[in-house]
Design a protein around this ligand. Structure first.
Ligand SMILES: [Zn+2]
Length: 286
């Protein structure tokens, strides 16, 4: 049958790295993340000697036929440079958007935590580009494995977490019985991270009387309540919303009058709200 081994995100939630192993020894890694925050020191304190580095890949890569990543957060992909350093040279499967983002995210991560030497960074990024296999959502992809090995397939499904995020469904070459129904394969799902948190732009100074927060909140609602078929669909929806928020909503609040006319009418009906009489200042502000 098959085995699932856990190399990270065991005692905490970061450093995700799992290994899906078939009976013939072929295996696929799922995520290769960095330990973050308090878990860095936790991993360090469990180290056997001061030389042990929790970033290093401590398990054998023999039989590993590929890496599957579900999204580009650093706690799921940050140890990929260390994986390459350990000799990994197999395909990296990801959704199309994640395949675009991965080199950018890793470039930043390497610059922040390892080196800014472009002579070292460029070949690593080039290697990652060569290994990446972009897979469209909701399409079965056969994973390359050793000749004669049983066929293993995967499919990415949208996870609504970040751009390009997915949960991944594997079809393993083992017949299974589920609720009395026989299936010719066995399904295993790795969820990755699901759902979205409030990670939108923080309000800047000067204070905006809650306008930024309201705008972020509305965008967050749009993202929570809609499913997007593609990157273009997401972009168009956001642009439509920005237009609606900046133009249509204020216009209807002003009864479709020009702002200066609406101000003058408020001045007439609510003079106590004004210190000065509103007037049209023609020309550019100086
Ligand atoms: Zn995440």
């Amino acid at each position: 049958m098959y085995q699932i081994l856990h190399h990270g995100a065991v005692n905490g939630v970061t450093g995700s790295c799992h290994q899906l192993k078939l009976h013939d020894g072929t295996s696929f890694l799922v995520y290769c993340g960095l330990f973050q925050g308090a878990e860095v020191s936790a991993a360090g304190s469990q180290a056997q000697s001061p030389n042990d580095n929790p970033l290093l890949i401590e398990f054998p890569l023999e039989g590993v036929a590929g890496l599957v990543i579900t999204h580009c957060h650093i706690d799921h992909v940050g140890r990929i440079p260390y994986l390459l350093a350990a000799g990994f040279d197999k395909p990296i499967y990801a959704t199309e958007a994640t395949a675009h983002l991965l080199p950018l995210v890793l470039e930043d991560a390497i610059k922040v935590s390892i080196t800014r030497d472009t002579g070292i960074i460029a070949p690593v990024l080039r290697r990652i580009q060569e290994l990446l296999v972009p897979v469209p959502y909701k399409q079965w992809q056969t994973l390359s494995s050793a000749p004669g090995s049983p066929e293993l397939r995967l499919k990415f499904h949208p996870a609504g977490h970040i751009l390009g995020s997915a949960y991944v469904e594997f079809a393993l070459p083992y017949a299974s019985l589920n609720q009395g129904v026989a299936h010719k394969d066995t399904r295993v799902v790795f969820s990755g991270d699901l759902g979205i948190e409030h990670r939108l732009t923080k309000p800047r100074t000067p204070q905006t009387n809650g306008m930024v927060e309201r705008f972020n909140g509305r965008i967050s609602d749009v993202l929570k309540t809609n499913r997007f078929d593609s990157r273009e669909d997401l972009e168009q929806t956001l642009l439509r919303y920005v237009h609606l928020y900046n133009h249509q909503l204020p216009q209807s609040a002003l009864d479709s009058k020009p702002p200066i006319m609406a101000m003058k009418e408020w001045h007439k009906t609510h003079p106590e709200l004004f210190k000065k009489r509103p007037y049209n200042h023609a020309g550019l502000d100086s």
